[in-house]
Ligand binder design. Structure first.
Ligand SMILES: Cc1ncc(COP(=O)(O)O)c(C=O)c1O
Length: 498
């Protein structure tokens, strides 16, 4: 007997609609193809356009319950073992926004891991929540941040009795996975839900050799960027409510928050891709992930054999903030060669049109998808790295290089929301130290906020961000991406801020 997971009710409903050549007296104006620009038609094909069908179409998301849209979300909840799943068409970013709004129904304070994604900071602006940030474990050797450890969360929650939730990221960009089970226990002991931004871990549910996924480990609300590794279309994602969430986070509040943060014209292509990616993961994920992990293990061995290069892998497990390691990221430690990650990235593009997910000073990251059978990309990366390493030569002292940890963040002078909405002015960077900032400055990659709206900008942080820019990194959230100027809050009588 075939499993319901082999079905794709939503995608099938789209295909059935397109196949019966209906009178499309509704949006979008391209009418399934004929009205589209010929260049677009040629580029993405008539088939894709014919499946671009608006919301509230009978037989797809309207009509007798359960509609194919509802059925598809139920199947997703079953596949990831959540209580309820919401399809998102504005990425995991939307999941973070919705999580913040849902949480704000329960109170005004939240404890968050500092290296949250910028969309989580946006969630604070939207929700008005007052954050207490807690530092993840920093890896001074590699110059990257790992996860938050349970003891740190416990201390922070004890010091923040008004907190209505704890919010962490796992896995990180670099593949470190947190001890979510222990984090959930800490949060639950304090009577608050654990929200896990598992944007990078949608695949974890589908292979027993991978670290345990957050829902399995007891998380209450999980943000899953299905497009990243599982392979739905870019911008599609899923928000999951955990089975144990109970009274800790309201299902209705999440539902309304998802509606508020999304277009009234959700893309059927994105939604259809979620339905299909769920089937692929549930039915074939184990086999596909097995192949990918095997190919990546081989690629890791080959990269480790290149003079001056090393890789991040399960040997990381046990370092502070690394409870387990997700092998679907191929992170390369480049400290032993005479080029930083920032310099290596353009070189790899030049050598073999090799385009990475991210580069930092000491580590570059290549991302692999669940279904990359054989992984020819991995061999391309290996040979590109071989050529690049030979070209730039070794840096014998490099492996001893130690990361200049970012300076401590400044004090929170007002909530991110008040700073964002308050009177503001743009001042030259040279005059910005000591001011309350109205924007985020997050050196990127990997996008860890150095200063957030509502915090005082210290001289040290300003210098650190400027140095990152000089090294070839970028700063996200800044209105002036070259950081010649900074948007700050007008304090005192003029701005009404004391
Ligand atoms: C930890 C984390 N959360 C959320 C997001 C946002 O995901 P999306 O691009 O799907 O909106 C990202 C994106 O890189 C991320 O790294």
């Amino acid at each position: 007997m075939s499993s319901p997971q082999e079905e794709t009710p939503y995608l099938d409903a789209l295909r059935a609609y397109a196949a019966r050549d209906p009178a499309r007296l509704h949006v979008p104006g391209h009418k399934g193809g004929p009205g589209a620009d010929p260049g677009l038609l040629e580029a993405i094909g008539e088939r894709a356009l014919s499946l671009d069908i608006p919301a509230l179409t009978h037989g797809i998301d309207l009509g007798p319950a359960p509609t194919p849209f509802e059925e598809a979300q139920v199947l997703a909840a079953e596949a990831w073992r959540s209580k309820r799943a919401w399809f998102l068409i504005n990425g995991a970013s939307q999941g973070n926004l919705a999580a913040g709004l849902a949480l704000a129904h329960h109170g005004g304070e939240v404890v968050l891991q500092r290296n949250v994604h910028s969309s989580t900071v946006d969630a604070l602006v939207l929700s008005g929540l007052r954050p207490t940030f807690v530092a993840p474990e920093l890896d001074a050797e590699l110059g990257i941040a790992h996860c938050l450890v349970p003891q740190t969360l416990d201390r922070a929650l004890r010091a923040t009795p008004g907190a209505v939730g704890a919010w962490v990221v796992s896995p990180t960009y670099f593949g470190a996975v947190a001890d979510v089970r222990a984090l959930a226990a800490v949060a639950h002991e304090r009577g608050v839900p654990l929200i896990v931004d598992e944007a990078w871990g949608a695949h974890l549910a589908f292979h027993e050799d991978l670290p345990e996924h957050a829902l399995g480990a007891g998380a209450d609300l999980v943000i899953s960027s299905t497009h990243k590794i599982v392979g739905s279309l870019t911008q599609s994602a899923i928000l999951h409510l955990g089975h144990g969430a109970g009274g800790l986070i309201g299902e209705d509040a999440v539902d309304r928050a998802v509606t508020l943060t999304e277009s009234t014209s959700p893309s059927s292509l994105l939604t259809g891709s979620l339905d299909a990616a769920r089937r692929q993961a549930a039915v074939h994920g184990r086999e596909l992930l097995g192949h990918t992990m095997q190919a990546l293990a081989q690629a890791r061995d080959q990269i480790r054999a290149i003079d001056g290069l090393d890789v991040l892998d399960e040997r990381m497990t046990g370092r502070a903030g690394v409870f387990a390691y997700d092998p679907l990221r191929l992170a390369v430690d480049v400290r032993g060669i005479a080029a930083s990650g920032y310099e290596l990235a353009p070189l790899l593009r030049e050598i073999g049109d090799i385009n990475l997910e991210l580069c930092g000073q000491h580590v570059i990251v290549a991302v692999f998808g669940m279904g990359e059978r054989g992984v020819p990309e991995a061999s391309r990366l290996v040979s590109g790295l071989r050529t690049a390493a030979a070209r730039v030569g070794l840096d014998p002292g490099g492996a001893r290089a130690s990361f200049a940890a970012p300076p401590p963040w400044g004090a929170l002078a007002m909530t991110p929301r008040d700073a964002y909405l308050g009177a503001q002015e743009v001042v030259p960077a040279s005059e910005a130290a000591g001011r309350i900032v109205a924007e985020s400055l997050a050196t990127y990659p990997p996008g860890i906020p150095n200063v957030l709206p509502g915090e005082r900008l210290t001289r040290e942080t300003l210098a650190y961000v400027q140095r990152t820019l000089e090294l070839g990194g970028s700063v996200r959230g800044a209105s002036d991406r070259l950081l010649r100027s900074v948007r700050v809050v007008v304090e005192g009588p003029a701005g009404g801020v004391r």
